[in-house]
Design a protein around this ligand. Structure first.
Ligand SMILES: Cc1ncc(COP(=O)(O)O)c(C=O)c1O
Length: 443
């Protein structure tokens, strides 16, 4: 990154636009291009079959585990290809021409989707990277503790272990439910409340558990935390940190409605973003509690080399907490298209469709006498993941059986493992019925 580039892009070079505000048109142009491309699309975002046609996903199988890693829909694939071509033709020029406008455009698209200030969005490569950065960047005072649950993913548990090693913070664990199928909002909130002490500084949870399919009532938990935090100094507030990867791209909520302090999520699962992308969103007054772990690039470097004033408005929590280094930019810069894709379909329609397909699947599974459903039936306590057991068959045997019928399912990667289905926007009612018929054969 050259001093000249900062000057040129910030409009400070002699003979170019005179003000820092010159960056704004560049961002607007980038956004306009996103919308123009959306308008040129031939797919009808109200048609589920048109939406399915946007994916190169093979038709020879039924995809009941597509949440694991996204297949790129056409707008995302095209954006990746466009950036890849530019980089392959002339990496240096392409990067210099886009590095200051591309990420702001991505943040804008995410901000629109989450109803969040783009300044408070950091870009990552995965959920795991976001969890690692947040849990290891937390500034903890001696004696302060972390409260977590046994329901989270390895990436949360190990990030917290690494944090505890470094800071000697104590980690406490509370089971928010025993039998996932019997989870209730009251039970979760009550157990959470009763485990928070004066020393609890961090509550680290997962929105939708890939271990059981339970969706935690995040906003009800946030309300209860508001009561607890009301009597605390800022440095002692309980920070509510959420691994949101299996809620993002399904639930029709904004970050304000969720009410947490930090949301970490990969954008390469339910969001259909480019593989190897993710985000951290932080509440405006929560970022102070976090130190960056990996040096950022972007405007901070501009200040370092003296090309931007120290108080440049381009330095935000979102840029400071975005790890630097050169990335697979053709993927990162195409994240905005995934959020636009969801917005074109409509957040509310996405939520309704995924919940409808999941309810259909759960009701059918529950009607099979040899199947035990572990995920709650209620849409308020579940989202897109369904965990179940088939009497007399190991979960891997169930998945193998389905595989032989060209149905791709998965098992939960946890000590206690279940068979798992994840009906998504890429499935039809017929596919679900075929999957249920295949499971019925195991009686
Ligand atoms: C709840 C949960 N969190 C985090 C991860 C890891 O996600 P990523 O691959 O984006 O790091 C997974 C994996 O699927 C998961 O299920």
């Amino acid at each position: 990154m050259l001093r000249r580039d900062f000057l040129r892009h910030a409009g400070l070079l002699a003979g170019t636009a005179p003000a820092l505000g010159a960056l704004a048109p560049a961002i607007r142009n980038q956004r306009d291009r996103i919308f123009v491309r959306e308008r040129r699309r031939t797919f009808d975002p109200t048609s589920w079959s048109d939406i399915r046609d946007q994916f190169a996903l093979t038709r020879s199988r039924i995809h009941m585990a597509s949440f694991l890693l996204a297949s790129h829909p056409r707008p995302v694939a095209e954006a990746i290809e466009r950036h890849r071509k530019g980089f392959d033709e002339d990496p240096s020029t392409y990067w210099h021409d886009h590095f200051q406008s591309a990420e702001p455009a991505v943040r804008e698209a995410i901000g629109t989707y989450l109803d969040a200030d783009p300044a408070h969005i950091a870009l990552t490569d995965s959920t795991t990277m976001g969890l690692g950065l947040v849990y290891n960047g937390l500034v903890l005072q001696p004696g302060q503790e972390i409260l977590t649950t046994p329901h989270g993913h390895w990436s949360t548990i190990e990030s917290l272990n690494l944090c505890a090693k470094r800071s000697s913070a104590k980690i406490n664990t509370v089971a928010l439910y025993d039998d996932p199928a019997e989870t209730s909002v009251d039970m979760v909130v009550r157990r959470m409340r009763s485990s928070i002490t004066d020393r609890t500084r961090v509550l680290a949870v997962t929105w939708v558990h890939s271990s059981t399919g339970v969706k935690l009532p995040i906003s009800e938990m946030a309300d209860a935390l508001d009561d607890i935090n009301a009597g605390r100094e800022k440095e002692e507030r309980v920070l509510f940190c959420v691994d949101g990867v299996h809620g993002l791209g399904i639930e029709d909520v904004t970050v304000g409605e969720l009410g947490c302090d930090f949301l970490m999520a990969g954008t390469h699962k339910w969001m259909f973003g480019p593989r190897g992308t993710g985000l951290i969103w932080g509440r405006a007054d929560a970022w102070d509690a976090l130190d960056p772990i990996i040096p950022t690039f972007g405007p901070s470097v501009g200040v370092w080399i003296g090309a931007l004033p120290p108080d440049t408005p381009y330095i935000t929590p979102g840029t400071v907490h975005t790890p630097g280094g050169f990335h697979s930019f053709e993927h990162r810069w195409a994240v905005g298209e995934a959020f636009q894709f969801h917005l074109a379909i409509g957040k509310s329609r996405v939520q309704t469709r995924i919940h409808d397909l999941n309810t259909r699947t759960k009701e059918a599974l529950a009607s099979l006498p040899h199947v035990r459903l572990h995920t709650p039936m209620s849409a308020s306590l579940s989202a897109g993941i369904i965990c179940f057991d088939v009497r007399g068959h190991e979960p891997t045997a169930v998945v193998d059986h389905l595989r032989r019928r060209d149905i791709v399912a998965s098992t939960t990667p946890y000590r206690e493992t279940y068979a798992r289905l994840a009906p998504s926007l890429l499935n039809t009612e017929r596919e679900i019925d075929r999957t249920i018929d295949a499971i019925a054969e195991l009686s």
